[in-house]
Design a protein around this ligand. Structure first.
Ligand SMILES: Cc1cc2nc3c(=O)[nH]c(=O)nc-3n(C[C@H](O)[C@H](O)[C@H](O)COP(=O)(O)OP(=O)(O)OC[C@H]3O[C@@H](n4cnc5c(N)ncnc54)[C@H](O)[C@@H]3O)c2cc1C
Length: 419
């Protein structure tokens, strides 16, 4: 146990927790939770807001390690919640398996990513939480609750913001290993994007756009991750964007050495689905992030709305990434029941200025009912109105955690107000 819980990955917040515990076993975790007052779980600290924080007891499950167990017939893997995707991916690949999707970085824990509906990109691919087929949850009294897809509470409990308990294990759907070829195209004309957004984003298994909003008529980069076993060959020119002739970093001026291989060189899914390599600092390192998910049918209108603020966004911004994610049935997933486009902003670490801009950005996106990424910076308060299942989640939290042991200030403000 330590009394200094340290900071998050970005360094923009120090956790207020009085104690940080790292139990070595599930039984130790159960005893700890049962004997504590208010508790929150901590993953790998990659969230930019106080979602993981508490003034009371913080618990990392990173030390509860055991080998992932692959069920070849069921095509699932059972994995400790504290494991990072980068490590899990290596185990799966060695056994001939893969996950359908990964985030831009492999450094995050399965528990933390799942709790916030972390996603990659792909018009037909759900977020990382949609791979969960079962989970084990330590409740406030120390009991262990096992939920699987057949359980009526399951869809409410997967994306849970840490508000229902502490997950010790997940079972995740896997599939046979596959290859990816990653190609970056440059200078996509805005008119081409507006005319063919769905075709461009659907041109391969996973597609991301990167723009700094500094050139009014141009999206600077299109990252295309093609599955040769499924996708058509890529053209030399994608809707007016040209293939890059050397490897790129999404942040202008940054070295591509930290990025996963490009130039269409065939390789393994785990080396191509994330943008950033596990052994390096992902993205810029000193940054803040915000992201809003809006229905994909409004993608172009939403991008136009953001563009009206380009003069104010650009000076604070490293880069914007635009991705897609398929609809799902998970109650608090920002892609709940709607195919989404994800409008992401990697900001300079100038938090007061970023926070001053966010209300205007959210006002511009308001016609599209934006759902903020749970783990990033946003201005909105109560988000219940944007989630049709918010009342059901409240009822579920009331049943599983009637004492509100796992409710922190963040969760209370955005989704679980005091009854
Ligand atoms: C450089 C960078 C790149 C990113 N790229 C992406 C991206 O590509 N796509 C995307 O969607 N997001 C992205 N994110 C955001 C990130 O994926 C989320 O913030 C994610 O939640 C971080 O996971 P974590 O393990 O660090 O969790 P934390 O930030 O430590 O915790 C997040 C939440 O999970 C809960 N939690 C953690 N472990 C458990 C557990 N065992 N049981 C119960 N609750 C638990 C915590 O209580 C908290 O509510 C990025 C962040 C950074 C810093």
């Amino acid at each position: 146990m330590t009394t200094d819980a340290g900071t998050n990955w970005s360094g923009n917040l120090a956790y207020a927790a009085a104690e940080l515990h790292s139990p070595q076993s599930v039984d130790e975790l159960r005893r700890l939770v049962a004997s504590s007052g208010k508790v929150r779980a901590l993953g790998t600290r990659h969230s930019f807001n106080r979602i993981a924080d508490t003034e009371h007891t913080l618990v990392s499950t990173a030390a509860i390690v055991d080998e992932p167990v692959i069920d070849r017939d069921a095509q699932t893997v059972s994995v400790a919640a504290g494991m990072r995707y980068g490590e899990l991916a290596g185990v799966l690949e060695r056994a001939g398996f893969a996950l359908a999707t990964l985030a831009s970085l492999p450094h995050i824990s399965v528990g933390g990513a799942t709790a916030t509906a972390t996603h990659g990109s792909g018009v037909r691919t759900g977020n990382l939480s949609t791979a969960v087929t079962a989970l084990d949850l330590v409740l406030a009294n120390g009991d262990l609750l096992a939920l699987d897809r057949d359980h009526p509470d399951f869809a409410g409990a997967v994306v849970h913001l840490g508000a229902l308990g502490i997950v010790t294990r997940f079972t995740l759907a896997i599939e046979p290993s596959f290859g990816i070829e990653q190609t970056v195209f440059e200078r996509l004309p805005w008119e081409s994007l507006a005319a063919g957004f769905d075709e461009i984003m659907g041109s391969a298994y996973s597609v991301s756009l990167f723009t700094t909003w500094q050139e009014p008529g141009v999206i600077e980069q299109v990252w295309v991750k093609r599955r040769p076993d499924r996708d058509a060959p890529l053209p030399a020119e994608l809707a007016g964007a040209m293939r890059a002739t050397e490897a790129r970093h999404p942040l202008p001026g940054s070295s591509a050495v930290t990025c996963t291989p490009q130039l269409g060189v065939p390789g393994r899914w785990l080396d191509r689905l994330p943008h950033f390599r596990l052994e390096f600092t992902p993205s810029n390192g000193e940054e803040l992030q915000s992201e809003y998910l809006v229905p994909r049918q409004h993608a172009v209108a939403a991008l136009e709305a953001v563009r009206t603020l380009a003069d104010r966004i650009a000076p604070l911004l490293f880069v914007t990434e635009v991705r897609t994610v398929a609809a799902d049935d998970l109650w608090l997933s920002p892609s709940h029941e709607r195919d989404a486009v994800c409008l992401h902003f990697t900001w300079h670490p100038r938090q007061p200025e970023v926070e001053a801009l966010l209300p205007d950005l959210e006002a511009a996106l308001a016609p599209f009912s934006p759902r903020p990424h749970w783990g990033k910076l946003f201005a909105a308060g109560d988000l219940a109105g944007r989630y049709p299942k918010a009342a059901d989640f409240r009822a579920l939290a009331g049943r599983l955690d009637p004492q509100r042991t796992f409710v922190n200030e963040f969760v209370e403000r955005h989704i679980l107000p005091e009854p």
